[in-house]
Design a protein around this ligand. Structure first.
Ligand SMILES: [Zn+2]
Length: 231
């Protein structure tokens, strides 16, 4: 009976919020300070924005992806907090973190620090690109920070272009990444570059099924020089 109740209440939570997460506390790899992540257990999505941000009852999914140590500002995914760093890497990280002002960081600042840490540690460009992309999602509708949003999207584009050059993606993902590069170009007013990358996506014979229709639709916006970031 007790087991049934537990399952029932879990489902109930699920039904009401459709997003559930469970706390996991880890130690900051720099100073051992405790940081708690709420790891997403379930959520229901229905589609995504045209820049891959998930839509649906996703609660604080994106907010919980990346966290920051309140003491030293080390930032990253849960896996970054669990990773073992060498003495040299810790030295690099401490040096970098000492340049950051000690204050409460908003979601975008957390992403920027996490991405810069991965740059410092020479992680894959696709990883770095997707952290900047997450940061840009938080600024989707904030007109007062559109300059920062564009700056992040340019970093996404640069990292994804580099990731393709480094052959970090499987063949079946390349068209999707070309499409995302096109979207970043369009959203940052680089319409000619956007059209070039939409065409690469459309003409790629290994593309996933959804790519052709969406890329053609978005290419029309680029041809009209429309940098709309709301979609
Ligand atoms: Zn710390």
């Amino acid at each position: 009976m007790k087991k049934i109740l537990v399952i029932f209440s879990f489902l109930l939570i699920n039904f009401i919020s459709a997003h559930t997460c469970a706390n996991e506390t880890v130690k900051c790899p720099i100073d051992g300070y405790k940081v708690t992540f709420c790891v997403t257990m379930s959520m229901s999505t229905h589609g995504s924005y045209k820049d891959f941000q998930k839509v649906g009852a996703i609660g604080t999914y994106y907010e919980e992806l990346i966290n920051t140590c309140p003491k030293c500002s080390f930032s990253g995914y849960l896996s970054d907090f669990k990773e073992k760093y060498t003495r040299e890497q810790k030295y690099l990280l401490k040096n970098y973190l000492s340049t950051i002002k000690n204050s409460k960081k908003d979601e975008v600042e957390q992403c920027i620090i996490a991405a810069e840490i991965k740059e410092l540690l020479k992680k894959q460009n696709k990883e770095i690109g997707f952290i900047y992309l997450t940061g840009s999602y938080f600024l989707r509708t904030d007109m007062s920070k559109s300059e920062l949003r564009i700056n992040l999207q340019e970093k996404v584009r640069n990292n994804l272009v580099q990731a393709l050059a480094n052959r970090e993606y499987e063949l079946s993902s390349i068209a999707s990444i070309d499409y995302l590069i096109a979207e970043m170009n369009r959203r940052t007013n680089k319409f000619q570059d956007a059209i070039k990358y939409y065409d690469l996506a459309i003409n790629n014979k290994d593309k996933q099924d959804w790519v052709e229709e969406v890329a053609k639709e978005q290419k029309e916006l680029a041809e009209k020089q429309d940098p709309n970031n709301d979609l």
